[in-house]
Design a protein around this ligand. Sequence first.
Ligand SMILES: OC[C@H]1O[C@H](O[C@H]2O[C@H](CO)[C@@H](O)[C@H](O)[C@H]2O)[C@H](O)[C@@H](O)[C@@H]1O
Length: 577
Amino acid sequence: MESKSDLSSSELPQDQIYCYGELLHTVQMAHLFADSKTFVDRKLKNTPAETIANFQTFMAAKNNSPTQDEIREFVENNFDDLGKEFVPWEPTDWVEHPAFIDNINDPDLKQWGVDLNAIWKDLGRKMIDDVHANPHFYSIIPVDNPVIVPGGRFIEFYYWDSYWIIRGLLYSQMTHTARGMLENFMSIVRRFGFIPNGGRIYYAQRSQPPLLAAMIKSYVEFTKDTQFAVQSLEVLEHEFEYWMNNHTVQAKGYNVCAYGGISPGPRPESYREDIETSKAFVTDAEKEEHYAELKAAAESGMDFSSRWFINDKGEQTGDLTHLKTRSIVPVELNAILHWNAKIIAEFYRLAGNNSKAEEYENKAAKILEAIEAVHWNEEAGVWLDYDLINNKSRNYFVPTNLAPLWTMSYNLNDTEKISKSVLKYIEKLELDKYPGGVPNTLYRTGEQWDFPNVWPPMQYLLIKGLENLGTQESKELSVKWGHRWVKSNFQAYSETRAMFEKYDAERFGGHGGGGEYDVQKGFGWSNGVIIEFLDKYGRNITLPGNGGNDGGKLKMWSVIGITAIAVIAVVVGRLLI
Ligand SMILES: OC[C@H]1O[C@H](O[C@H]2O[C@H](CO)[C@@H](O)[C@H](O)[C@H]2O)[C@H](O)[C@@H](O)[C@@H]1O
């Protein structure tokens, strides 16, 4: 298999247009498009070499200072419209009435389940043959099988989003589509050495939380296709080693992993925005450090959040200029890698290779030891990120502080103790008080991964984590939050007929905002999470309008209603006597 170093030396001809260079700089700084991603998603009309030659001629003719209109004309002459790389595609394995719908009692929720299942058809993308024949005309990374994309501006696959999308597809009985996406990822690991953030070459210098092993495990659990598990081992092992070899840092004497990109310059898809924030820095070296921090935050999937700020006092208040992502050891990344090692060991057992299984069990045990030593914080009663600059735990809430519950990265003998401790932490922070779900942080910064935004994958992590913990109290809270999430998403859907990428903790049924782009609709991971939850909770949720309970409000109206009926009955009774 090709290694990462082979990859970084294998330059693509279109990199100099989509990833760095004068052309990219000139067009992105001209602010032609409301969303910077629009430009880097457009197809070339000519070869990369011809496009660069046209650009040089153009710049010379304009004395190297073209106007915005002239740059716009250059772009229109040399680039096609958005979306040229796809043909309309309806998933061949789509079924109108997957079994999860039968698990829903409430008629409105049932119809919603039907609607969500239909959205898969809108989110499917298949590449045209020309992408394979002439890949250098495109920024899209060619893959053989169609994919389900998040939606809105996100018209290509995204790595960690695909975990919740694939689980949703499996619950929708679309195993063939799910398998195709998994095979795409496996081919990408073979070609690139790892999985890029998303399906564009400008994302190919950073990854996202490594959930491929967990996706394959989900697939195998649904299909019982243990052969596929065994076939995936070479790729899973390679991806695991990529993370361990390229993302390892030392904390408290332990090897742990942190996010961190490897390419110079601003993010191509947010080029102007990154240049803007880099103005706070003086030297080119400082600016490069800032770009690397921005990319590391994008690699975490939480771009952007005060979670990654370290100011002069070692605290999390500040702005994007305080990003220090590479110096923060994130709980979930190490928990996910622990999960990876466990899954690889399990698949090796299936393959009958016990020595390899033991090797990975040992690797898992080592990661677990590091998670306990570096992340578990007895005083806070939960796992915390670790600050490598100030050598201290970061006692700030992020849902990922509970990630080890999701990945089962703790000593199971400690279950009772951890349950008490984590529930006390949740109570102390009053995380149960938000009508629209648990916010991503408790700080309002205007960044999209901060308060009051609530993100579907993080609700899933919390709900699934509390369920896995398995104590009476943790399971009750898990169900409570699961029901709330379904009802709140349904409220937003009934008001807007849309599913959003993020929601609002402060408003039941409210959707999120903030950050560098408008809130997106679609939406892959939101639909995936709800479909799974409808399957799980659908028998037990009845909406207020259909006779269900909506907590205090409903009880109050029931009391008023019953009292009114009683009074009317008494009055009518008296009149009749
Ligand atoms: O263009 C800005 C950023 O957009 C992506 O990030 C957000 O959307 C992704 C797709 O749903 C999601 O995976 C990520 O968690 C979101 O923050 C992209 O992944 C970033 O790299 C990009 O800079």
